[in-house]
Every structure is written in C-alpha cells, then in structure tokens.
Write a protein that binds this ligand. Structure first.
Ligand SMILES: Cc1ncc(COP(=O)(O)O)c(C=O)c1O
Length: 440
C-alpha cells in the first residue's frame, strides 16, 4: 500500500471496527463519477453511491463549481438574526420539490440533527397548539434515526442503544418492525404481508391515551437496518391512525428522498403524506454536510407566532443553512431537475431488481429485498459468529473485486447511483456471487 508510514492510531473511526480496519486499511484517495481510486491506483466501483449520499456520482462538475465559487464569495455568514439569500432560495426550491402543502424548511447539518429537529418541532407544535400533554414519541423497532439522543431513543437498533440505555429520553414507545422471513422472504418491491402491523399504534393509544402522544417517526422504506420496504398498505394505515388520533407523522427521508426510491420523496412514491419530512444526504449529493426538516404551513404557523421580540423556536445550529452547503444543495437540486434523475432512477429499478434477485438461488442467501435503488441480500450467519460472513464479503469485494458495498451484520446492502449503467449493475452482482461463493 502507498503511504504505508501514515500513523493510523489517532483517528477514531465512526461505526467501524477500528482494530480490524487499521490492520488492513481500505483507503480511498480520490473519486470521480461512479468510481473511487485507492492510494495505489486501483479503480473501485462504488456500489453504495457514497453512504447513500452521492446519487449523481462523485465530484459532479456543476456542484464542484458552485462550491468553489461560494467558498470564495461568502464562506460563512452568521446564522442567527442575520442571514444570506442563498438559504432562502434553497428553502423555496426544496419546498417546491416537496409534496404539496410543505411550505417551510429548517436546516441543520446531518440526518441525526434532522431527526432530532423534527422531534422537537413536533413537541413545540403541540405545546403551541394548546395540547402540551402530547409529549410521548413513537418510533419503530429496527428504525434508524441517527445517533443523537432523540434519534437513538426513537430508533430501534439495539447495538446503537444499549451502551446509552440509562440516558435515553423517557416516554418513547416502538411499533413492531415489518421484517418477517416466513411471510415475506424474496419479495420484490413492497411485500404483501404486514399492513396490520401499523395497528399496534391503536394499542399504544389505548394504553397511553392519544392525548399524550406527540408523534410517530419512521423511515418510509428503512435503509440502514437492512432495507425493509413497507408492506402494501402499511403506510396508509399508519397515516389514517395518526390523523384519527391527532398524532403527527414524521417521515425520516434521509435515505429515501431525492430519487433513492424512484421519486423526489418516499411520500410521493408511496402516496402517503406525512406532517414532517426529514432530509440530508442527497440534499447536497453528499458534497457538503447538510440536513433539514420540511413542514406544513399548519405546523409553521402554529409555532411561529407571538410578540416579534420573542424567538419562536429555541433551536438551531451555528451552521444551519451554511452558505457553502446551500450552494451545494442548490446546484444538486438543479441537476436532479436538469438530468431527470428521479425518473432515471425509477426506470433503472427493474434492472436493479432483476440483478439483485439473480442471487436468489444461492445456498448462502436467505432473503433478498429491494425498492427503488436500495436493496439487500441477507446471508445466513455463520454458526456462533453473526456478522463475520457479512464483513468478509465487504472486505473481499474491496480487495478482490474492486467494489465498495456495505454490510450490516450479514446483510449486504446496495445503493447504486441514480444514473448507474445497467451493465455495471449486472457486473456488480456477478462480483457479489463470486465473493459469496468464496467466503466460508
Ligand atoms: C433514516 C436516517 N435518518 C438519520 C440518519 C443519520 O444521518 P447522519 O449520519 O447524517 O447523522 C441516517 C443515516 O444513515 C438515516 O439513514
């Protein structure tokens, strides 16, 4: 490996086995389009489009140019009490792209902050609306809403919660997840079974009284937890119950939005309109960190009132609406429109579905799931070592097949570019078959 003298111990890597990585580092030096290059010049196909972030490909020239211009013109502008025009333009563009009725956007710097922002807006809304007892939050098992305390509290991934369990926020319940191998294994697109699982919200309402419940937060099509497309009718049923009981429905679209499910938003693809939508990742094509919560007039108007000298919502970040992030996001949203990226992704979906399900006959594969351009191949775990086979697949892809994909335990995950070439998608799954053949 080039640069073998680089000391690796100081940097503490996120969500990574540091010791395993540092024993044989998988380093990327540069990127362009659909490829990464390693320090020693290997060209690697990116099967995950960044970390669900970079659907348009890496280093898109129009985003690069927008960022370069912006950083030279206005590098930073104070975020509270003073602002700059680009972030207003961005809010206008983003809300125009969002489902009808979403007229206001609050900006932050990540998906985790977006989730916590949405939860706080939900609580603030009920208080301003004269229902301050609505404080309970409902998440879902196997949900992922980032790593801040709000997000891990409503989230449903036990490894992310267990070390912090004493300090999770109180008053949180979880709906059951919709994963069920005996009913839904190898479903293509939305599974048929499971809409009734939304009815658990009725039980929570009976238990706590709906007047104590503020919001339900879910990912329409969960991603990081292993790609769990919503059962047919599930989201409609949840929407119905939330409306019936005056509970706000939050769609965490940090992964789903901007083409990943073949539409601008999961809300649009699945035909269900929530009350708050969170975004991040594809908002800037991953180029500059940025997240946001998009809300309806009703929510904004309820909170944004009172005497003019009083701040309406005591929430915000030094880098909310950062000028360089705003410029990156504006360029990204323009490219989505100019290149017809969401329709392109939708047209690619049958190719991706056919390619990923070509592994269905493999004896080590126990399930395959897909929706839009997100998909998972679930491997049977090795006896006594869950996750070992998945990690080995990830590493062999990198070293032997010049391919980056992700594993979550034994679930191999895919997130192709919105403008991926069909041949590259087929080639990726040929590589995956070779690797799954080769691993123990
Ligand atoms: C649905 C969802 N919400 C929130 C997050 C957290 O985003 P970030 O890592 O930018 O904080 C993620 C990240 O993958 C996500 O998938």
């Amino acid at each position: 490996m080039a640069n073998s003298n680089l000391a690796l111990s100081s940097y503490w890597m996120p969500f990574t086995s540091n010791r395993d990585f540092k024993a044989a580092p998988r380093m990327i030096e540069r990127a362009q389009g659909h490829y990464y290059w390693t320090e020693d010049g290997r060209q690697i196909y990116d099967g995950f489009s960044g970390l669900w972030t970079s659907g348009l490909g890496h280093c898109h020239p129009k985003i690069v140019e927008a960022v370069q211009q912006q950083v030279a013109e206005l590098d930073y502008s104070i975020a509270f009490q003073v602002s700059h025009p680009k972030v207003f333009e961005l809010a206008n563009r983003l809300t125009a792209m969002a489902p009808e009725g979403f007229e206001h956007a609050f900006f932050c710097n990540s998906g985790s902050e977006a989730a916590d922002t949405a939860l706080k807006i939900a609580l603030a809304y009920h208080r301003a609306n004269g229902e301050p007892t609505r404080t309970r939050l409902v998440g879902r098992a196997r949900g992922y809403h980032g790593v801040n305390f709000g997000g891990i509290s409503v989230g449903g991934m036990s490894p992310n919660r267990k070390a912090f369990s004493a300090c999770l926020i109180p008053g949180v319940d979880h709906l059951p997840h919709t994963f069920n191998l005996s009913q839904n294994a190898f479903s293509k697109g939305l599974p048929k079974w499971g809409a009734h699982l939304a009815d658990e919200l009725e039980n929570l309402c009976a238990l706590h009284d709906p007047g104590n419940i503020a919001a339900v937060i879910i990912e329409p099509a969960p991603g990081s937890t292993g790609i769990l497309p919503p059962p047919e009718g599930y989201l409609q049923r949840l929407r119905h119950l939330c409306t019936k009981h005056g509970i706000l429905l939050i769609f965490d679209e940090v992964i789903n939005a901007f083409g990943r499910v073949g539409a601008a938003f999961g809300a649009e693809r699945f035909g269900v309109t929530p009350d708050i939508i969170t975004v991040a990742k594809g908002l800037t094509n991953g180029v500059i960190p940025m997240g946001g919560a998009i809300v309806t007039d009703k929510i904004y108007d309820t909170i944004v009132q009172g005497p003019p000298e009083v701040v309406e919502l005591f929430h915000g970040y030094t880098y909310s609406g950062h000028p360089v992030a705003s410029a990156a996001a504006l360029a990204t949203l323009s490219i989505y429109e100019e290149e017809g990226s969401f329709a392109e992704a939708r047209a690619l979906e049958p190719v991706f579905e056919e390619a990923i399900h070509s592994l269905a006959d493999h004896p080590k594969v126990i399930d395959i799931r897909n929706i839009g351009l997100m998909g998972a191949v679930e491997l049977a775990p090795r006896d006594g070592a869950p996750g070992a086979r998945g990690l080995e697949v990830h590493k062999r892809c990198f070293w032997d097949e010049d391919l980056v994909i992700r594993n979550g335990v034994d679930i191999i995950q895919f997130s192709p570019f919105l403008n991926a070439k069909p041949d590259d998608i087929y080639a990726m799954f040929e590589k995956i078959r070779r690797v799954i053949d080769a691993v123990e």
